[in-house]
Design a binder for this molecule. Sequence first.
Ligand code: SF4
Ligand code: SF4
Length: 375
Amino acid sequence: MAEHTSHLLSKPSFQQLIDVLRSSGYRVVGPIVRDGAVVWDTVQQTGDLPIGWRDIQEPGRYRLEQTGDDRIFGVVHGPQSLKPFSFAPRESLLTIERTQNGFATTPTIPQSEKVAVLGARPCDVAGLAIQDRVFLRDAYADPYYQARREGLFLVTVHCTRALSTCFCASMGTGPRATSGFDLALTELPEGFVVEAGSSAGEDILAKLERRPATKEAINAANSRIASCAKSQMRALDTSHLPQALYDAHEHQRWDDVAARCLACGNCTMVCPTCFCHAVEETPDLDRQRSEHTRLWDSCFTQEHGYIHGKNVRPTIKDRYRMWLSHKLASWIDQFGSSGCVGCGRCITWCPVGIDLTEELPALLKPDARNTNRQT
Ligand code: SF4
Ligand code: SF4
């Protein structure tokens, strides 16, 4: 882990962080409470943030409650990860227009916007690194993703409270962020322990009224992060992956989970790493111009598995198996890491509470049908 020098920022000075980011040209985005959930939106003052709120998350359940305390980042996370900031849910890729001699195409690459995200969680910073691997690797960098990604400044908040659905400690992605951020904060009653993780972060930090963090403050921050890791109720044992999941391809448990799964696609929409998308063509009525649009898609839809006159994943069992096997097994072969960062969102936002930390161990147990056959 890289060593970062720690500073202490008092709670009243937090507004200064927002002001300095804004005067440095960033649109500052943070978590805000809207319609019973926390979502990202532009913030101008500390008071816009969800002070005193905390989230309760369980399989198929999300609830916010006001505690009356002064914690700014008491809410762990909402349904959105960092994904929409770099991989837009819907965006125009190019327009095609008729010309006298045929047609002309014009790419619609977005302008890079400077956006500072306050309160990104370590699991989401890890999820963004995985998306970077997918969209920016080698010669195949996606220019649309790249333009959005270049403008991002990430202020992560190390977690000091775990949800019942969190399992980042077992995935090695939290509750402390070790890289990928510009500034990292740990919230304490007296203020924030702050570290810079990039030169851009150092520049912002240098403009803040801060003092060196005392040993006591650093120890208190470390101890809160360590307690958060210990308190996690869920974990994923990935030591036998990817092979054990390939070996479970015909396991009876796939039928069991398929009987519960609604193929709604919620798990893929909230997942910080899922990147499936579709492309739509929208012609004008006069057939002179057409827009080519990319939008998030899900491997749980019928259409996504439809290739050249045949659906390669016609059943829900095929689709759930595809999703989990990609996420936890073939992703490792494809990209060199798991496709899961342990944020737990797919557990919370699944309407029937399907929990991959239950499904994986069940799939790795001997198949009851084979056991019965042998006895
Ligand atoms: S699979 Fe679930 S727990 Fe893992 S990163 Fe995606 S949403 Fe989070
Ligand atoms: S696992 Fe849950 S969230 Fe995912 S598609 Fe099935 S029902 Fe929807």
